[in-house]
Design a protein around this ligand. Sequence first.
Ligand code: MG
Length: 442
Amino acid sequence: MDVGIVFGSSGIRGIANKRVTSELAVSVGLAVGSRCNSAVIGRDPRTASEMVEYALVSGLTACGCDVTRIGLVSTPTLSYAARNYDCGVMVTASHNPAEYVGIKLWNRDGTAFNSDQQEEIESIIDQEGSYPIYRGDRVGWDTIGRISNDDRAILDHKDAILSRFNEVDCRVVVDCGSGAGATITPYVLREMGCDVITLNAQPDGFFPARNPEPIESNLTLLMDAVRTFKADLGIAHDGDADRMMAVDKNGRYITGDELLALFAIKEAKKVAVYPVDVSRMVDDVIMCDVHRTRVGDVYVAEELKRIRGDFGGESSGSWIFPRISYCPDGIYAAAQLVAIASQESIADQIAQFPKYYIMRGASACEEGDDIMSPITEELSALNYTQITTIDGIRLDFEEGWLLVRKSGTEPKIRITAEARDKETAEGLYYRADTIVRRHTRC
Ligand code: MG
């Protein structure tokens, strides 16, 4: 089988009817159905999601798998529902632009299918011309899977979150970005006692209001609305609401590292888990041990499960609360953030965090080149206090740290440097950059 016909670097994801076709979805459905007796399936509001869902259902049932449909839901709702089935199937392209669609597979405990599980699915799908073809068996006419609908999945997820929080007093603006978060987050926050003002709360696969990725440049409407309505907080989701970012009462975008610190203080009693690129500020303000991982929420979830940690997250907006699931849960995160904000202003809490200056950049390199070895060798000769090689190379010094790692998605070497002031961070950055540039020739 050609590499990558099914799973790419972001799972199964691509432009609808180009990379992700109904043929691919039928084949994936057949392959998953041949390994599972029961599956629950949900979808985000993208224009192709329902088409892909029907193709998946057809494949799943043709291999004898019973399928329960829960309709338009957030990814955390689907993965929470997966606890009652052999697997969960979510049709979503997460935060990607509107023309994308994707499929993500989930285990009962809310972990995504790992690389071994993905390889098993790929191993029974071949490519014939430009079409993927399932090579396994199908069941006889009398054992074709049954299809049912369950309209309680959102309520179950909502109740599971609400049972963990007390009543709050908070005015909050929620920007659902026309995504699946509109089916749950405003309702959860209202039941907690919040005065909720919604933006873009009509799911729409064209994402007419904003790009689904909840980065600062996409959230100007939310920032304005928080100030206009004198809210305590603004919440924003990506297209499938596994991610959540926020703005404070002044309309200022709260960084991912600041959110990570706020959640870790509240949730992590023993161990917090986060990637190697997170700010030293978080280490400074939390009281528990830290386990660092490769960059990517899948690695954070794996490590959390392995060590039975309390909380983990990634600065891009993925927050994992193992007490509910190993799937990043933007809805639970929104509930926890309003609970934190109702006790003390988020802006005041963040003002007490130590300040660091962080610098990020990248250098293009040749595809497939193993240039990290000579770069690592040269960086290792520097006079550091600690070295970490979980993902690329991170060197800690008294005055700050730097990280040099190969991008997982582009032919680039990424450099991050952080220190208490700009000059020191720049100094660290350019030390690494000089070495990286010597080895990248494009
Ligand atoms: Mg997402």
